[in-house]
Design a protein around this ligand. Structure first.
Ligand SMILES: *Cc1c(COP(=O)(O)O)cnc(C)c1O
Length: 857
């Protein structure tokens, strides 16, 4: 534990008023006519100071004589939260009263990042609170660092959900996020001898001031059991599901404020609890163990986030998690709807539900079940409501990443849902055979059930059939979905397909992470760009202003110096702030090709070893990212990066001109330090594999240039920035497909390219593993004998492209111009633009202004 946390921070000025006595109701002068009691959540400096002091005393039980940094963090967080609550309560009341259509964003992951700074900025409290805490001898930035980063997601998909919630609130859209309140988020990554180690992320240990439990909205979710059919008094066929067990779902709400608006939407996360504290039968029979075990097994459901990214594992608990949060969220939505309306007939007019990937796709079957079995609606009507309500976002083209559950596992956990899926599949395929009578293959491709071998439920097919809109997340991705992954659905329903290119929020990813840059931009073009990123174009006219360029460059250098200090502190590596900060941070995955960058580094190293006096433009290669704990190759890539780092960083011939750094535990908060400090953004996935990418957008907004393939949103980033401001290399998606079908042989590249051969041989001969030729053999063999992600095919172009980068960086004026242009032209990649498109074209929701009266303000 950080000893600093435990050291009380004494404070002169406060000792007078606060020893062991509660703060007195002292003479706080308020110049308005609001009474002191009414001004509890006021924004005057005096009131804020008083509130901070009260929270420290009454909630933390501390005063300035014994408060730790953590105590101050909580006091500050509660001070901010109190001021969020008016907005939060008023927002949900307004949606209810106005009976507006609300979008529900269902996602198994929300990678929100820390809340404090975001909320301070949204509420325009940052400067005042910074002043307040300064009176206690505390730096607000240190308090911001005290907050545990809520890591309830794996990577891009979870972070997208968080950016979307931010944009929805910013645009004053009626919206709610639904997900799981994992007790343990994504593991904390540590390095042990260059290998990834995983440590549990106990983020709730000291309590979470940003959430509010709503036990009164608890619902029950059934699991397992069997079904019983009968005909009711009207002669209608009815089915009753008798679950084997029931789990309580308790909602916890986190307010999500819009930037400088009154809107504060809700992120509602469900916690699983046993429906009874104990099985009293077992308990009374003296079977205490079993009574406790049952309670524990219910609570396991929301215990931990599965740390896989783009690789589903088919575990029963995972399906239970998915069903758990979907069932709880749908019950919640139906309860709210029936509060205002006599029936669910108009449900789709008041509710739009977005499925973030197939993780919540069981919603198709659950909504049908609720409508038919629980709310007595006939099948056809229920199906109409379901399809009109749901929409599905696909996030991957890789067939192995599409979720498929074995029918036996699915039926064991969700017997009624399996019946519904069979029934709707039957009806669907009957239509398909009518529409396309001669195409048996089409029906088998479209079927929700995969036959042949073990039967599987194809969740992507379920989502497609049950939704009125299907979208990809970048132009290339959507076009490949239509051409390949979901081509049969595109043939059936071309009108259901949409592209919604991803975006990221400029509030977190520029304003919060790069405040100096934000200040410079605001100084030049005013502050509206934060709500309308297209306005960033306005800075382009300053590229010929040497003073502006100088300031732009100076900010980049300061950000690099900050990161360099962090690198020194955490890894004890000295890096040169004048070197190119060449950064690749993202989940470690073979398709993302971190090892391609490693091959490039080894090649540079080889050049130096061959001729130590060779000209080298200094570079710092920075890597970060987690590997799924069960993904052996990804973990070996981390070991390789660290092994290469060890050799390169200490080789006297290198003379410090190249450094390699792996920063452990990449997360939203670490990203906020890294993206603004990058000169070069590595986006080198095999073309056709990265659905969109969003890291690429964060880098470019912060003035990094991209070296990248024509993949995902890279293509659109290059279109916006201009080809001359982007370092392009590599095969196109079409060329990748063509090469694969011709029969790709990586060995040919190895044999015909001596430099590449030397690079691979260095690894194979144990140069980075103390002579151990076995350690990295799996990587070497994979590259030479399969190379499924075609690193060797792209190798030479990558190396040549990196040489062009080095050359370009030597002209710093030119480089800075390109950097400014990149930032200026990223308006398209604000998630505000993405969300506007979803609202208009998929959800049909409109903004709703929230009025805050003088009292609550
Ligand atoms: C943006 C982000 C990602 C996604 O990065 P990609 O480069 O698009 O894969 C992953 N993790 C975190 C913490 C992020 O902030």
């Amino acid at each position: 534990m950080n000893t600093f946390n435990q050291t009380p921070l004494s404070n002169q000025s406060l000792k007078i008023t606060m020893q062991t006595q509660p703060p007195k109701q002292q003479d706080i002068s308020i110049n308005s006519n609001i009474k002191i009691e009414d001004d509890r959540t006021g924004m005057s400096l005096e009131t804020l100071k008083r509130a901070f002091q009260d929270n420290l005393f009454y909630l933390q039980g501390k005063d300035s004589s014994n408060a730790t940094l953590r105590d101050y963090y909580y006091a500050l967080a509660y001070t901010v939260r109190d001021r969020l609550l008016h907005r939060f309560i008023k927002t949900s009341r307004t949606y209810q009263e106005q009976d507006v259509k609300v979008v529900s964003y269902l996602s198994a992951e929300f990678l929100m990042g820390r809340h404090l700074a975001n909320n301070l900025l949204s509420l325009e409290m940052y400067d005042k609170m910074s002043q307040v805490v300064k009176d206690f001898d505390v730096d607000i930035e240190d308090l911001i660092e005290e907050e545990p980063d809520p890591g309830l997601g794996n990577g891009g998909l979870g972070r997208l959900a968080a950016c979307f919630l931010d944009s929805l609130a910013n645009l004053e859209m009626p919206a709610i996020g639904y997900g799981i309140r994992y007790e343990f988020g994504i593991f904390r990554q540590v390095l042990r001898d260059g290998w990834q180690g995983e440590v549990p992320d106990n983020w709730l240990m000291y309590g979470n001031p940003w959430e509010i439990a709503r036990p009164e909205d608890t619902v029950e979710v059934g699991l397992g059991g069997h079904t019983e059919a009968h005909h009711d008094e009207n002669g209608d066929y009815r089915v009753c599901w008798i679950p084997e067990r029931k789990v309580k779902a308790i909602p916890y709400d986190t307010p999500v404020p819009g930037y400088k608006t009154n809107t504060a939407n809700s992120l509602r996360l469900w916690k699983a609890e046993a429906s009874q504290e104990f099985n009293f039968e077992a308990f009374n029979a003296g079977n205490y163990d079993r009574a406790v075990a049952e309670k524990m097994s219910s609570e396991t459901i929301s215990k931990v986030l599965y740390p896989n990214d783009n690789t589903p594992q088919g575990k029963e608990l995972r399906l239970a998690q998915q069903y758990f949060f979907v069932a709880a969220s749908l019950q919640d939505l139906i309860r709210i709807h029936l509060h205002k309306h006599p029936s669910l007939d108009n449900f789709c007019e008041k509710s739009a539900i977005q499925l973030n990937d197939t993780h919540p796709a069981v919603a198709v079957a659950e909504l049908m079940r609720l409508l038919i079995d629980e709310h007595d609606i006939y099948w056809d009507k229920a199906w109409d409501i379901t399809q009109k309500t749901l929409a599905y976002t696909n996030h991957t083209l890789m067939p192995e990443a599409l979720e498929r559950w074995s029918v036996s596992l699915f039926g064991k956990l969700l017997p009624r849902h399996l019946e519904i899926i069979y029934e709707l599949n039957h009806r669907f395929l009957e239509n398909v055979r009518v529409w396309f009578p001669d195409d048996d293959n089409l029906a088998s491709q479209l079927s929700i059930i995969e036959e042949g071998g073990e039967k599987k439920v194809r969740m992507a097919n379920l989502a497609c059939v049950g939704s009125h809109a299907i979208n990809g997340v970048a132009a290339l991705h959507t076009s490949l979905l239509k051409k390949d992954t979901l081509k049969h659905f595109a043939k059936l329903w071309p009108e259901k397909f949409f592209n919604k290119t991803n975006g990221v929020t400029p509030r977190r990813w520029i304003l919060m992470s790069n405040p100096k840059l934000a200040k410079l931009v605001t100084e030049k073009i005013g502050e509206d760009w934060l709500k309308d990123l297209d306005q960033m174009r306005g800075i382009e006219k300053y590229i010929d202003d040497p003073e502006f360029r100088q300031r732009w460059l100076a900010i980049k250098q300061e950000n690099k110096a900050h990161l360099a200090a962090y690198i020194k502190k955490t890894r004890n590596i000295d890096v040169d702030v004048n070197s190119i900060f060449d950064v690749q941070v993202k989940r470690i995955h073979e398709y993302k090709r971190q090892h391609l960058a490693v091959l490039g580094i080894i090649n540079l190293y080889n050049r130096i070893k061959q001729n130590p006096n060779t000209e080298v433009v200094p570079r710092t290669f920075i890597f970060g990212g987690k590997a799924a704990p069960g993904y052996f190759m990804a973990k070996l890539v981390i070991k390789l990066i660290n092994s290469v780092a060890e050799v390169v960083n200490s080789d006297p011939d290198v003379k410090g001109r190249i450094k390699v750094v792996f920063l452990p535990n990449f997360s939203v908060s670490l990203g906020q330090k890294i993206y603004p400090a990058a000169d070069l953004s590595e986006q080198v996935s095999t073309a056709g594999k990265e659905a969109s990418g969003t890291g690429n957008m964060k880098f470019a907004m912060n003035g990094a240039l991209t070296i990248g393939t024509l993949d995902g949103a890279n293509i659109e980033i290059r279109e916006e920035a201009g080809a001359e401001n982007f370092f392009l290399f590599g095969l196109t998606a079409e060329e990748v497909y063509a090469k694969k079908s011709e029969g790709y042989d990586p060995m040919e590249y190895y044999q015909h390219n001596p430099e590449l051969r030397n690079v691979i041989n260095r690894i194979a001969k144990g140069h980075f593993s103390y002579g151990d030729e076995k350690l990295f053999k799996p990587i070497v063999d994979s590259l030479l004998y399969q190379d499924p992600y075609m690193l060797l095919a792209d190798y030479q172009e990558y190396v040549d492209c990196q040489d062009r980068v080095s050359e370009a960086y030597q002209d710093r004026e030119k480089w800075t111009k390109m950097s400014i242009i990149n930032s200026a032209r990223m308006g398209k990649f604000s998630s505000d633009r993405t969300i506007r498109e979803y609202c208009k074209e998929i959800w049909g929701v409109e903004p709703m202004k929230i009025e805050i009266d003088a009292y609550s303000q």
